[in-house]
Design a binder for this molecule. Structure first.
Ligand code: NAD
Length: 385
């Protein structure tokens, strides 16, 4: 099992490997403060889909090692990042008698991770929590960096906090049960990391996508990408394991320099400013988060090119990759609403929208003075095929 340290105000480790779920009780024993003779209670929150697949295994493993457990199962989907679900979770934690010395485990994708982290930051003014991310997107992105939150009608993640987990446990075997769309979503965040910080990572994903297209007459699907990512490499690792490790390290570097998102960390929002606007316009129904990020990156690449930051060659190369990924179409009427939603983005600086753009593949840049016309034209161009 690989272990990567995240330096934050409260440092923590990310454990990555195949079949690592069984290590949870041992990691808890090793990481929790030593209170002789006292085993903390462990309360697991998950969603219905993940519960069917992995809850029993987690609860059984903990029970065998003498941990007292409780759990709650919430509906899957973005609607669960809500005050309603938060209240329900906090109520069940309280009814289960969870104290400050006990542990909340978020078992699931980014939705459960964001909700569990936020609940842990407010329950009894802060309790210990652990993340077990089970989607590719959550493993490479949302479980790292301590951002938690829920959505309100006015915008995504508008209510939240920074809260470090005790540790993050990544079991790559859990990805086997993901559907094709979820693979594409995870890959979107990996491509984002490559574009802002690592040409090498971008090129690996570019090659995987090309191989997937060659296998199936040019049409790439989430499951064909999975097949290529899961091929064995040296030392029994898969390309997927390698890529997850690289993406986690990029996020670690950026978060270490700017944990509270004053400046540099905004780079991680590449594609997200436009993506969040699209998700919000479509009421979190049509597009999954990662799909919205792909469309957002397409717009950001157009904007980078139109402002002469990014060369035509580089922009064509990125567009070839992004356009190859399957994403639902967005209607023209939605395109027209995107600009208006940008003004609701919580990352505005001095009243201006902050744009994360590219100078080249592997180097992102942050700008806030961008003319309105260029943004409008880029939205149109980015959302067209
Ligand atoms: N906190 C952060 O820094 C950060 C960063 C990026 C994204 N996010 C947030 O993450 C959320 C998106 O996360 P997501 O894409 O993981 O969505 P998600 O949590 O909704 O999971 C996607 C779907 O996959 C199912 N699922 C989860 N694990 C599975 C598994 N192993 N096998 C089969 N099905 C499984 C879920 O039940 C759900 O239906 C968004 O709300 C986004 O805002 C947060």
């Amino acid at each position: 099992m690989e272990s990567i340290e995240i330096s934050a105000r409260k440092p923590y480790r990310i454990y990555i490997g195949d079949k690592t779920l069984e290590n949870l009780p041992g990691l808890l024993e090793d990481t929790l403060p030593d209170r002789t003779g006292h085993r903390p209670g462990v309360f697991v929150v998950t969603d219905r889909n993940v519960a069917h697949l992995y809850l029993e295994k987690v609860i059984e493993g903990l029970g065998k090692k003498g941990f007292k457990t409780g759990h709650t199962v919430l509906p899957p989907g973005e609607d669960t990042k809500s005050f309603r679900a938060l209240r329900r979770l906090l109520t069940y934690m309280a009814r289960a008698g969870l104290g400050r010395d006990d542990v909340l485990v978020g078992l699931g994708g980014g939705v459960i991770g964001d909700l569990a982290g936020f609940a842990a930051s407010v329950y009894m003014r802060g309790c210990t929590h652990i993340m077990i991310p089970t989607t590719l997107l959550a493993q490479v992105d949302s479980s790292i960096g301590g951002k938690t939150g829920i959505n309100i009608k006015e915008g995504k993640n508008l209510v939240g906090s920074f809260k470090s987990p005790l540790f993050v446990l990544i079991d790559t075997e859990t990805l086997n049960t993901l559907d094709g769309r979820q693979w594409v979503c995870g890959l979107a965040e990996i491509i984002k990391c490559g574009l802002i910080r690592s040409r090498e990572l971008f090129e690996i994903v570019e090659q995987v996508t090309r191989d997937a297209a060659d296998d199936s007459d040019g049409t790439v699907t989430g499951l064909s990408l999975k097949t290529h990512l899961c091929q064995p490499r040296q030392k029994s690792r898969t390309l997927l394991g390698e890529i997850i490790g690289k993406a986690v390290k990029i996020k670690r570097e950026i978060v270490a320099e700017d944990e509270l998102e004053q400046d540099l960390r905004r780079l991680l929002n590449f594609g997200h400013t436009f993506g969040h606007a699209l998700e919000n316009l479509l009421r979190y129904r049509t597009l999954l988060h990662g799909e919205a990020v792909i469309l957002g990156m397409r717009i950001a690449v157009e904007l980078s090119k139109s402002l002469d930051l990014l060369s035509g060659n580089e922009s064509d190369r990125i567009k070839r990759l992004l356009n190859a990924l399957p994403v639902p179409r967005v209607k023209k009427a939605v395109t027209r609403g995107v600009y208006g939603r940008l003004t609701r983005d919580k990352k505005r600086r001095e009243g201006k929208t902050v744009y994360v753009l590219l100078k080249r593949i592997g180097e992102g840049v942050i700008l806030s003075d961008v003319d309105r016309r260029s943004v409008h034209e880029s939205i149109d161009a980015g959302l067209q095929r």
